[in-house]
Design a protein around this ligand. Structure first.
Ligand code: NAI
Ligand code: MG
Length: 480
């Protein structure tokens, strides 16, 4: 079976409904083996110009005139087509990203779910009428921004396409998508599926390539009215600075250092799988990874012992072998993560999982550090690899201080049976999402998601995203 089905020509971008082959190419590799996989287009500023122009044409044409109901129907059809191709998409993602097949399949299903959710929501966004002066009728209209830019990372391509492009299309925007150079194949495959399912030409354009070239050109393009970005804080700052020049809104999702707080009265049998999985899923390359486990003294030794047991059972190997963890995305990411682990030389490694392959991919053994001081670099910086730190605490006040004591604020979890404590902490925690006695269960397509502090701003997922991908117009009519 060819790597890329759907008749997608090699090294091409989708612009205005046509696959345009690029002269400039980038060789990409399979992270599980380090071997060459295929070539992708190295998109240029001119390609971005063409994609933005095609998006504008779509806005002015069939796509822009389409009713919300029709848009919803198309998205729903795309969702079904994605489901029909779950295994194909999962195999592509496994080879491109190094994701174990089961996780890649779950991402494909989540992508379908986003299309279903936003397909159903498309015609349920309404304005309001506002009581005003005598002789006036005032109402609001929710309108698309126009052309929306989407720069996405390599860790969850399908899910992030779903949550950002899905919501933007539902509101009637035309999208230009620049996927990450390390992981763009499912973006291309998705665009092909969407086109076959009836998405009009130009409603979704995909330009692959480097962040410093295609990415920077898209972020600074004067024809773009809204930017959605998920990735590093550094690049997020650059995206926001570029958007400031064009005075357009941005949504930034920049990762985190998300804590789970385990109190003495927690249901540990329920908590344990969440504590570990939230740290090692996708080899820890997850914006909402839970990299800090804060545990009250009374159960600290027990939690530590049980996490050690879980870590000892973790197996790492090629994505197609479908073990607990695959490789990291690249040699560069491996260097970053092993660099962090080396900075923990003064700490105690409580346990490590096992690499069970001789393949020459980018493998890192999942690593659990114990008794980590809250101000240690491993307890402060986003590592973006399979590394978790255990931090003991005495009481609720100290737990809150530690939990809120980083620059980030994406997700937090509270494990306790004390209802009043649940409510107090849910309010006091600096985070865009707080989970009580669970962590990210169900994937959360329906749940607004985003951060505070260096984790970014703006919300994607759920209904809330539809407000972000639209703008409000107020109409005040005097009729006497
Ligand atoms: P990155 O933020 O540089 O890359 C994300 C996306 O931005 C990619 O599509 C890339 O091509 C694009 N990009 C890069 N520079 C750009 C620029 N100047 N203008 C416009 N677009 C640009 O992240 P990178 O280098 O892949 O990973 C570095 C670190 O970032 C990771 O170690 C991790 O800590 C963090 N990260 C966080 C993610 C999250 O989900 N919040 C996702 C990926 C990375
Ligand atoms: Mg790749």
């Amino acid at each position: 079976m060819p790597l890329m089905p759907f008749d997608i020509p090699p090294s091409s971008n989708l612009i205005g409904g046509d696959w345009i082959c690029s002269d400039a190419k980038i060789q990409i590799t399979d992270p599980s083996t380090g071997h060459p996989l295929t070539q992708i287009a190295r998109g240029t500023a001119a390609d971005i110009d063409a994609a933005v122009a095609a998006a504008q044409v779509a806005r002015a044409g069939d796509w822009g005139r389409m009713t919300a109901t029709e848009r919803g129907r198309i998205l729903t059809r795309i969702g079904q087509a994605v489901l029909d191709h779950t295994d194909t998409l999962a195999r592509i993602e496994a080879q491109d990203v190094g994701k174990p097949l089961t996780q890649a399949r779950a991402d494909a299903v989540a992508l379908a779910r986003y299309m279903e959710f936003y397909g159903g929501a498309a015609d349920k966004i309404m304005g309001e009428t506002i009581p005003y002066l005598d002789g006036y009728t005032v109402y609001t209209l929710r309108e698309p921004h126009g052309v929306t830019g989407h720069i996405i990372p390599w860790n969850y391509p399908m899910q992030i396409i779903g949550r950002s492009v899905g919501a933007a299309l539902a509101m009637g925007n035309s999208c230009v998508l620049k996927p990450a150079e390390d992981a763009c194949l499912t973006a291309l495959a998705f665009a092909a599926i969407a086109q076959k399912a009836g998405l009009p030409a130009g409603a979704l354009n995909v330009v692959t390539g480097l962040g410093s070239e295609a990415g920077a050109a898209l972020a600074s393009h004067p024809g773009v009215q809204h930017m959605s970005f998920t990735g590093s804080v550094r690049t997020g700052e650059a995206i926001q600075a570029a958007a400031a020049k064009n005075v357009i809104p941005v949504t930034l999702e920049l990762g985190g250092k998300s804590p789970q707080i385990v109190f003495d009265d927690a249901d540990l049998d329920r908590a344990l799988p969440f504590l570990v999985n939230a740290g090692v899923q996708n080899a820890g390359q997850t914006c909402s990874a839970s990299s800090r486990i804060l545990v009250q003294r009374g159960v600290y030794d027990q939690v530590r012992a049980r996490m050690v047991e879980a870590y000892n059972a973790l197996r790492v190997g090629p994505a197609l072998d479908d073990l607990n963890l695959g490789p990291l995305i690249s040699a560069r990411q491996t260097d970053i993560v092993t660099g962090f682990i080396a900075q923990g030389a003064d700490l105690t490694i409580a346990a490590q999982g096992q690499i069970v392959t001789d393949a020459t991919g980018h493998y890192v053994a999942p690593t659990l550090f114990a008794d980590v001081p809250p101000d240690h670099v491993l307890a402060q910086d986003e590592i973006f690899g399979p590394v978790q730190v255990l931090i003991p605490f005495e009481d609720e006040a100290e737990a809150l201080r530690i939990a809120n004591g980083t620059a980030y604020g994406l997700v937090a979890a509270i494990w306790t049976r004390d209802g009043a404590r649940q409510m107090r902490l849910a309010r006091a925690l600096h985070a865009g999402q707080v989970f009580i006695n669970n962590y990210g269960a169900g994937g959360g397509v329906e749940l607004p998601f985003g951060g505070v502090g260096k984790s970014g701003h703006g919300r994607e997922k759920g209904f809330e995203a539809l407000y972000g991908f639209s703008t409000l117009k107020t109409v005040a009519a005097w009729h006497g």
